[in-house]
Design a binder for this molecule. Structure first.
Ligand SMILES: Nc1ncnc2c1ncn2[C@@H]1O[C@H](COP(=O)(O)OP(=O)(O)OP(=O)(O)O)[C@@H](O)[C@H]1O
Ligand SMILES: [Mg+2]
Length: 229
């Protein structure tokens, strides 16, 4: 992984707005929020259900497009580009970890981990050493040939973490990464996120209702009705 300089801005949002069209009134999920994140920070994103956390992570990941405002992530002006044109950004700059893991059921642990690198056009000889390193680090070597349905929740989440890291992203976005785990496995996942931050200077943004990651945060963002308080 690259070693970004600390204290330089990697994410800048200005007057960011996301309005969803609905059958009734338009729904303002993010209402003119502005913030910056420095390289190497750990940000905790909190707020009640429906406050806009997942919406913000989807924008940061280039999976969704802002209605207005500007959003620059790792030198990419995401407000100027449609999500369909952001394939390489999504594969190389950000790693996403979800509450529900989102593993592909017909692929093994090893294949799930390698998949984003294959999609990015890397050769297996390049991918394999990194995948092996991640399997060892995440204590998943004995489960490498298992399918997701054969794994525990903690094992599924560790596989999802390895998959998020296979392309060496500078930014990790985690949406309720501990939501489906018991407190032991939840703490283990938080410790892994901390290690990614310390060892590779990944910038980490964690949307969570839990307090497990509070002590790690360099900043805490609190969303209320789509606004930062
Ligand atoms: N695709 C969509 N279409 C319409 N409204 C949406 C859509 N996605 C989210 N919303 C609405 O936008 C608001 C913010 O949703 P979001 O999923 O970002 O909240 P959240 O903070 O992640 O909540 P939770 O803690 O429950 O995960 C909610 O009112 C939600 O109903
Ligand atoms: Mg959410």
């Amino acid at each position: 992984m690259s070693s970004p300089k600390r204290n330089s801005i990697i994410i800048a949002a200005k007057n960011l707005k996301r309005i969803y069209a609905t059958d009734s009134l338009p729904l303002v999920a993010l209402n003119n929020i502005s913030f910056t994140v420095n390289k190497g920070e750990i940000i905790i994103l909190k707020g009640n259900s429906g406050s806009g956390k997942s919406t913000l992570l989807a924008l940061l990941a280039g999976l969704d497009h802002p209605t207005s405002g500007s959003l620059t992530v790792a030198d990419h002006d995401l407000h100027l580009v449609k999500p369909r044109d952001l394939t390489m950004f999504r594969r190389n700059e950000v790693g996403m970890i979800f509450q529900s893991f989102n593993l592909l059921p017909t692929l093994t642990v090893f294949e799930n981990i390698c998949m984003p690198a294959m999609l990015a056009g890397k050769s297996l000889s390049k991918i394999k050493p990194k995948a092996e390193q991640l399997l060892i680090w995440l204590n998943m070597v004995p489960r490498r040939h298992s399918f997701p349905s054969q794994l525990s929740g903690g094992e599924m989440q560790r596989t999802a973490i390895a998959r998020a890291l296979i392309n060496n992203p500078g930014i990790i976005l985690a949406d309720e990464p501990t939501g489906n785990l018991d407190s032991y496995n939840g703490q283990a996942v938080i410790n892994l996120l901390k290690t990614m931050n310390r060892r590779w200077q990944c910038t980490v943004i964690i949307a969570t209702h839990s307090n497990l990651a509070d002590d790690l945060a360099s900043k805490k963002f609190i969303l209320k009705d789509g606004m930062l308080s």
